[in-house]
Design a protein around this ligand. Structure first.
Ligand SMILES: C[S@@+](CC[C@H](N)C(=O)[O-])C[C@H]1O[C@@H](n2cnc3c(N)ncnc32)[C@H](O)[C@@H]1O
Ligand code: SF4
Length: 208
């Protein structure tokens, strides 16, 4: 059965461990902002959609990068186009990957209005020293705020991503992270073993 994955290749800052296809504002052309680039990128996604089969879909997943950085109305253009062209199977799951720092209650409401019903937050760890080793920008307290705000605006499914095996992370740290995640109002956890990807800042630090 056909489903769509829509890649949104933008982040505020590249995390030290990540080798995903993503660009930061400093890597954009002079004068370009994420808002400007967003419209053009979505136009390109809509053009690519034209080459896809025309079956109704049960899921659409917007991943990244950090899709939650883009204006909800731009992502909504893709959902509307898929809906009109392919059709959505009843209860189609439409997921947004989000950085806990890049959402506000207003923006979350915008994503609901655009058609999203599931959100996945990059929590990674509840321990500040582990987040620092991962070169993450977010404050761990923002995760609970973001999850609660997502429930209030009506997301029916909320997930968090965790990473385990970070240098300096003890078993007790990981236990505390899992406990903190389980205390959140979520219904899914994706837990990834840290992969030290060649060419990343983390790989260079470990080599040194
Ligand atoms: C596209 S990101 C999620 C959304 C958002 N960009 C964020 O990081 O908050 C998908 C997930 O992949 C995982 N990930 C990325 N690079 C990884 C690596 N080198 N090893 C293990 N997990 C990784 C992280 O858990 C991350 O949340
Ligand atoms: S982990 Fe997420 S926020 Fe960090 S660089 Fe990769 S895609 Fe961007």
């Amino acid at each position: 059965m056909l489903s769509f994955y829509v890649h949104i290749p933008y982040c505020i800052k590249r995390c030290g461990y990540c080798d995903f296809n993503t660009y930061t504002p400093s890597e954009l052309q002079d004068g370009a902002t994420l808002e400007i680039v967003s419209g053009d990128y979505i136009d390109a996604v809509l053009k690519e959609l034209e080459s896809a089969p025309r079956e109704a879909v049960p899921t659409i997943f917007f991943g990244g990068g950090t899709p939650s950085l883009l204006p909800p109305k731009d992502l909504g253009r893709v959902i509307t186009a898929i809906k009109e062209r392919n059709g959505l199977i009843q209860d189609c799951e439409i997921t947004l990957e989000a950085n806990p720092d890049s959402v506000t209650p207003e923006k979350l409401q915008g994503f609901i209005d655009a058609g999203f019903n599931r959100i996945s937050f990059g929590m990674q760890s509840a321990k500040p020293h582990v987040l620092a080793a991962l070169d993450r920008t977010h404050n761990p307290e923002n995760v609970k705020k973001a999850v609660d705000a997502a429930r209030v605006v009506g997301f029916s499914s909320i997930s968090v991503d965790l990473i385990y095996g970070t240098p300096g992370e003890s078993l007790d740290d990981w236990r505390e992270t899992l406990t903190a995640a389980l205390e959140l109002d979520i219904d899914h956890i994706s837990a990834y073993a840290l992969i030290v990807e060649e060419g990343t800042k983390l790989a260079a630090r470990i080599k040194r």
